[in-house]
Design a protein. Structure first.
Length: 525
């Protein structure tokens, strides 16, 4: 039923024939009752009904589109709603580095376009936020570094361009861990992003600004990047759905890199349907990113939204990744029990030789970072720096990054047996994990997104389970799994086969329909 409703809403909002009289989420609490006017002639009586304005709080993207389709919401009103939230909350949470001053004008132009020609699709007029390592031609792209505070690239990243083409409004750029080098979010541009759940605790990273902007409804949805957990950990700690896609599904061109072998770009959203909509807009082949040449993209990821998606599903549980008994283990196993109650079969499995097979994801990106950064800046002659050596020499970086920068610039070459073996292990890891899933006829593997509860701000976070997906290049979606007992959210990763994001979306949407697992923060400005 829910899947049919979602598709009907998207169809209607994008020019389909179905047109309900009212939009989901319409607010009547603060709006005067509908008024009617009657015009009478000798043969007809016409009654015009003025519908109450739509309240975007808590709404999905399809619900927003439906409201715009029936005229109870405009893109300008939607931008104003999110700008109001930013004004109310971001001084506390520090999720944004930049807010686009031209967002209202862009929204007005999109409203005019809708009136004249109809919407471009499900993202027409929807404000989104981008992690600030994704290039935008009209706002700075800083990678969380004060050295790049005024650096405005000449062109959009592929992902940003695709979103604009779909009609999305890039409302702003989100704070991130400086140079994406941690699962915290602390930049030398604007400082630390803090949790709207427990303000003293790690919000996750390095895409923590995107996560906080989305979970507090300062944007409808957002994009993050994930080298080793940077989408999934902040999604877990902010009760969001966050997807690390298959390596090669989504372009990284125009993204300030950490590791070409492991970097990915993916959506972070409050609902699975919103995630599918963002993935539809951003996945696919890009000539400037050769890894996407073999991207396998379905007609629409919305086709996989299924409230019965857990029925007859088989999920492999990787016990060794749950860590010691504690709040995270308890919450994530309870989430799996709820999946089982909704129709899934749980199978305890282990990845053969997991530790030696997966190794440490940092063994690749530690070596690649220096050369990847040089390649990026060589294509941006207007940038204020050219190399990581420039960063180190400037002294303008977080103290916690000094050792990381020193180790990176000390890598003289990638032409080593150790590096080649580490990269080759990616193919082996993907093959072994896929064979395990085939052997047990599994739809996905499950384990906590991160084994430990969120650390206090400034304390190094432990327990990251990022490597299974990052080393293998296989897709993984983080789903909310409740709270840890201190008020902080917990997340569960579902890992699938290459280019099988559709199955992960089906499982996540079935889980969402059966459990409604997201816990929104209780905000007190």
């Amino acid at each position: 039923m829910r899947r049919a409703l979602v598709l009907a809403i998207v169809l209607t909002a994008c020019g389909g024939s179905t047109s309900p009289a009212t939009a989901p989420g319409t607010s009547t609490a603060t709006t005067a009752a509908p008024t009617t006017t009657t015009s009478t002639t000798s043969t007809t009586t016409t009654t015009a009904i003025s519908l109450p304005r739509f309240d975007p709080e808590g709404a999905t993207i399809p619900e927003m589109q439906q409201a715009m389709a029936v005229g109870t919401l405009t893109a300008v009103e939607l931008v104003d709603f999110y700008l109001g939230r930013i004004d109310e909350y971001d001084d506390t949470f520090n999720a944004f580095i930049t807010v686009d001053p031209g967002a209202r004008a862009e929204a007005r132009a999109l409203d005019d376009e809708r009136a004249a020609a109809g919407p471009r699709g499900p993202l027409h007029g929807i404000p989104v936020v981008l992690k600030d390592n994704i290039d935008t031609f009209d706002m700075p792209t800083t990678a969380g570094s004060s050295l790049l505070a005024d650096f405005v690239p000449a062109t959009d990243a592929f992902q940003a361009a695709r979103l604009r083409e779909a009609g999305a409004i890039i409302l702003g750029k989100a704070n991130m861990q400086e140079w994406a080098r941690s699962v915290h979010t602390n930049s030398s541009v604007t400082g630390r992003t803090v949790s709207p759940y427990v303000i003293e605790r790690n919000v996750g990273g390095s895409s923590g600004g995107t996560a906080v902007a989305v979970t507090t409804q300062m944007a409808a949805a957002g994009l993050g990047t994930d080298t080793c957990g940077s989408i999934r950990v902040p999604s877990a700690y902010n009760s969001l759905f966050g997807l690390r896609p298959t390596a090669g599904l989504s372009s990284r061109s125009g993204v300030i890199p950490l590791s070409p072998s492991e970097d990915t770009v993916g959506p972070m959203t409050r609902t699975v349907v919103d995630l599918a909509i963002l993935l539809d807009a951003t996945a696919g082949t890009d000539p400037d990113d050769p890894t996407t040449a073999g991207a396998e993209v379905p007609d629409s990821y919305l086709d996989f939204i299924d409230p019965s998606g857990l029925e007859n599903a088989r999920i492999g549980v990787i016990d060794s990744l749950f860590g010691a008994p504690g709040p995270v283990s308890t919450a994530t196993r309870a989430a799996l029990d709820r999946m089982e109650a909704a129709g899934a079969t749980l199978v305890n499995v282990e990845i053969p030789n997991r530790s030696s097979l997966l190794g440490n994801a940092t063994s690749v990106f530690l070596r690649e970072w220096r050369f990847a950064a040089e390649d990026y800046f060589s294509t941006h002659p207007g940038a204020p720096i050219d190399t990581l050596e420039d960063v180190l020499a400037s002294g303008e970086f977080l103290p916690e990054n000094r050792d990381r920068l020193q180790r990176a610039v000390g890598v003289a070459t990638l032409d080593t047996t150790e590096y080649r073996d580490a990269v080759a292990a990616r193919t082996e890891a993907a093959a072994v994990i896929t064979a395990l899933m085939d052997e047990h006829d599994l739809d996905a593997l499950a384990y906590p997104s991160i084994r430990n509860t969120s650390a206090p701000n400034g304390v190094e976070q432990q327990g990251n389970n990022c490597g299974t997906a990052s080393v293998s290049g296989l897709p993984a979606i983080a789903v909310p799994a409740g709270l840890d007992g201190t008020g902080m959210p917990v997340g569960l990763d579902l890992l699938g086969r290459a280019f099988d994001e559709g199955t992960l979306i089906r499982l996540a949407s079935g889980y969402e329909a059966a459990v409604d697992p997201r816990v929104a923060p209780e905000l007190d400005p």
